[in-house]
Design a protein around this ligand. Structure first.
Ligand code: NAD
Ligand code: DAU
Length: 349
């Protein structure tokens, strides 16, 4: 079995690559990644020597390259995670999100369809997507697999578009596909532009914690290792053409989550209680900021028997410990261009 995993040097992708390489020694796992600012081969140091792991540097936007790659390797399946993934960056540069998330996905679909048509054996195309395609909830209700799409940010609009293309290739050409839409992930190797690693990094360095608006937006958090476990199940046991929502039934108002992180960090850093909270600064809200995301994950639970393996309290502690123990990783990714991006964001608010 030859599986192409795109975006495997990123946050979630690296956990998926690690799980597949370790759990399936008989599979050949190909990690295709452009190594953008978010892609980092240090995320895979522990498995890079394994004989069933292969790294390919390349850009999914490059149509000829993608075609050649599929024709050369005839992958049995694709797990597509490569994307521009940060909402704030999509507000600064929407076109880049259209290129990677929409055009890049269509390039992969074309190539996957072309090799599948050679003998119509199963060549599953699995698109790893987001709950943000469903838009924003009020105080009540959950996103189910049949919730209508209503994206608001350039990022979520590009992911919604790519989801539609994946379904269109199933309905039009018969390509075997599956899609999962997951809630907010947290854990090791997440680039510190996203809330949880950014705030761990800032608390550690006594830097301000920029809370958007009043901190009342709600997100549904899932430990990344549990997302990777779900992807494994969906890839192997998901119904072709189906969609699975993935989430931990774990909603947190941003400000409550931030206060929890501050308390845990004070203890870990041996600081007086309340030290980290003093760093909180309420700043200008994100444009088009979705109020609330919350996933109904009953389908994947009932059909595939998936449920999270850790509680949020366990996961957040494991995560904070990881960032405190891996200071070199954090220092490496927060040097260079990161500083320029972060300063731009911070000054603008
Ligand atoms: P990430 O930004 O950490 O990683 C993205 C990876 O894609 C990087 O390694 C990057 O180098 C690679 N990449 C970007 N453009 C590329 C291109 N043109 N060609 C090849 N590789 C390219 O993202 P993440 O948070 O790990 O998210 C992975 C996927 O999961 C995305 O599709 C995202 O939409 C989806 N998702 C993320 C979350 C979350 O909470 N982070 C939740 C649900 C779904
Ligand atoms: O829901 C799944 C999505 O979760 C994924 O599809 C995206 O790829 C991923 O980035 C994430 O999107 P969010 O926008 O929810 O994540 P982020 O970590 O950027 O922000 C989480 C919440 O925290 C959100 O309400 C905005 C707020 N926030 C974020 C940052 C970076 C702040 O208040 N301050 C900040 O500095």
């Amino acid at each position: 079995m030859k599986i192409l995993i795109t975006g495997g040097a990123g946050f979630i992708g690296s956990h998926v690559v690690r799980l597949f390489v370790n759990k399936y020694p008989d599979y050949q796992i190909f990690n295709l990644d452009k190594l953008t600012y978010a892609g980092n081969l240090d995320n895979l140091k522990d498995i890079e020597q394994k004989s069933n792991y292969h790294f390919i540097k390349g850009d999914i936007v490059d149509q000829d390259f993608v075609q050649e790659l599929y024709h050369k390797h005839k992958f049995d399946g694709t797990i597509h995670l490569a994307a521009e993934s940060h909402v704030d960056r999509s507000i600064l540069n929407p076109l880049e999100f259209v290129q990677t998330n929409v055009i890049g996905t269509v390039n992969l679909l074309n190539a996957a369809r072309d090799i599948w048509k050679e003998n119509y054996t199963n060549k599953l195309f699995y698109h790893v997507s987001t709950d943000e395609v469903y838009g924003s909830l009020g105080n009540e209700g959950l996103f189910t697999e049949s919730t209508a799409y209503d994206p608001h940010s350039p990022y979520s609009a590009s992911k919604a578009s790519s989801d539609h293309f994946v379904r269109a290739y199933h309905d039009t050409y018969g390509l075997p596909i599956v899609i999962s839409n997951c809630s907010n992930n947290y854990g090791a190797y997440q680039f510190p532009e996203k809330l949880i690693p950014l705030f761990i990094h800032n608390i550690k360095n006594s830097k301000p914690l920029p809370v958007y608006g009043k901190g009342e937006n709600v997100r549904d958090w899932l430990y990344v290792v549990d997302h990777a476990r779900a992807i494994d199940l969906v890839y192997h046991q998901g119904k072709q053409g189906a969609t699975y929502n993935i989430g931990g039934f774990n909603e947190w108002k941003n400000i409550d989550l931030i206060r929890l992180m501050c308390q845990v960090m004070d203890k870990k850093l041996n600081q007086t209680e309340g030290t980290a909270e003093k760093l909180i600064e309420f700043v200008k809200d994100r444009a088009g900021h979705d109020l609330r995301y919350a996933i109904d994950a009953s389908k994947i639970n009932q059909e595939l028997g998936w449920s999270p393996s850790v509680t949020f309290e366990q996961g957040i502690e494991l995560t904070i410990d990881w960032y405190l123990e891996n200071t070199q990783w954090l220092d490496n990714v927060t040097s260079g261009n990161y500083q320029t991006y972060y300063e731009t964001q911070y000054v603008k608010r």
